[in-house]
Design a protein around this ligand. Structure first.
Ligand code: SAH
Ligand code: SF4
Length: 402
């Protein structure tokens, strides 16, 4: 941490929202795919010949206009609006706390069903705004440099809780268009990265459904090229991510030998560097404009030598790639230190000379512990059973639930 960063004041902008009343037994429409919404409308008794039109209208109200109550859906008949309101709801997770960093980064503490908490981070930049979304409460994996990795997995987020993070941040930024106004091109949330808490490929179906909703052209309309899924290396799910989600891929690589990667990213013991690289080589849709991002955390004296940089370049030969160097973000009790800037720059230069883009990620929101790998909620409970999760979320037989 530099002195300037250490001295940065924490803006006393903390928003606290009262807890919501007990959850209702209405079906929440947020997070249902188009097929799911169609089935819900039909099951509730919407005549089949009307369903196509109703679905399109409701979808637009929810995801384009950000409307939360059926009474505002003015192109639906009054009776149908109250029919919907009796059966369904449009609800997002609660924001229980918001902190704004001196650099403009916003960290939201989000409470989901069951009282668990995850964090969502909004990072404004000059020409874009990136939202870092969580996919699990905690993580099953135990990467030794990651704060989330010290927390047990509590449960997977539902698709609604994942896409809900995008929607609640749009609420906070006032980004929904006014009903009746022309489509607005200003995007405060222009990019989404699945780099918050959790391993997205261990919650595949919910992440996929949430991203499908985010990409839908009639709603949030985020381009698939503006969504990046980061994985620690769940090899069997990598090709599936390309086929079923089609977003960009980032891989937490972090080491150039199995011996070191085993220690940093223990999933390496299951799928080692060679196996992982094999999966990346055959990642469909590879082209120069859709490179794979190799994330590489810079840990002093562990993985940051010039020798490592040269090995890295050799290993990834032939894969259209960019290497994102992440200066280690410290957290209380972390067993590592950040490499010096001189070391990081020397490492970056070797990679750059080999023909790869090697941006050094600028740490953001460090004063509010919002930087990469610093997220950890207070929820320390052990993992939940299927039945308990179904009870909490109201989602029966949720695909991808653990
Ligand atoms: N579970 C996924 C995505 C979440 S972590 C994954 O591991 O890829 C997002 C990125 O932050 C990963 O590259 C992760 O390795 C990195 N990271 C974790 N802890 C960090 C820390 N303390 N400092 C810097 N980067 C960290
Ligand atoms: Fe989980 Fe990713 Fe952290 Fe590893 S780096 S413990 S996979 S969140």
């Amino acid at each position: 941490m530099t002195d300037a960063q250490r001295a940065a004041p924490v803006t006393p902008d903390v928003l606290t929202v009262p807890r919501k009343l007990p959850e209702s037994d209405k079906i929440n429409l947020v997070g249902l795919t188009r097929d799911g919404l169609r089935a819900a409308l039909i099951n509730a008794g919407t005549p089949e010949k009307q369903v196509r039109m109703r679905l399109g209208q409701i979808w637009q109200w929810i995801y384009h206009w950000g409307v939360r109550d059926f009474a505002s859906m003015t192109n639906l008949g009054k009776d149908y609006r109250s029919f919907l309101a009796d059966r369904f709801e449009i609800t997002l997770p609660d924001v229980v706390n918001r902190q704004v960093s001196a650099d403009g980064t916003r960290k939201y503490l989000v409470r989901i069903a069951g009282g668990h908490e995850v964090e969502t981070v909004y990072i404004p930049e000059e020409n874009r705004g990136t939202l870092c979304v969580s996919s699990q409460v905690g993580c099953t994996l135990t990467c030794s440099f990651c704060h989330t990795g010290t927390q047990k997995l509590v449960r997977n987020l539902t698709a609604g809780e994942i896409v809900g993070q995008i929607m609640l941040v749009r609420d906070d930024l006032g980004e929904w268009p006014e009903p009746g106004a022309p489509k607005d091109e200003t995007r405060l949330v222009s990019n989404v990265v699945l780099m918050g808490m959790g391993e997205p490929l261990y919650n595949f179906e919910n992440v996929r459904d949430a991203m499908k909703i985010a990409m839908d052209g009639e709603g949030l309309t985020l381009s698939r090229r503006r969504i990046t899924l980061s994985t620690s290396g769940v090899v069997p799910e990598i090709a599936r991510a390309a086929e079923e989600i089609g977003c960009l891929l980032a891989v937490s690589f972090h080491a150039t030998s199995d011996e070191v990667r085993d220690r940093l990213v223990p999933i390496n013991k299951k799928w080692n560097i060679e196996t992982l690289l094999g999966a990346l080589r055959s990642y469909p849709k590879l082209s120069n404009s859709e490179r794979i991002t190799f994330e590489y955390v810079m840990l002093k004296g562990v993985n940051d030598s010039d020798e490592d940089a040269r090995r890295l370049v050799k290993l990834i030969q032939g894969i259209p790639a960019k290497i994102n160097l992440i200066p280690f973000n410290e957290w209380p009790g972390a067993p590592y230190e950040r490499s010096s800037w001189a070391r990081i720059e020397s490492f970056a230069e070797i990679i750059f000379q080999a023909g790869y883009a090697s941006p050094i990620r600028k740490p953001r929101g460090e004063d509010i512990m919002a930087a990469c790998g610093q997220l950890k909620s207070a929820t320390e409970r052990a993992r939940k059973s299927r039945a308990e999760i179904a009870e909490e979320t109201g989602v029966r037989n949720a695909p991808g639930s653990i």
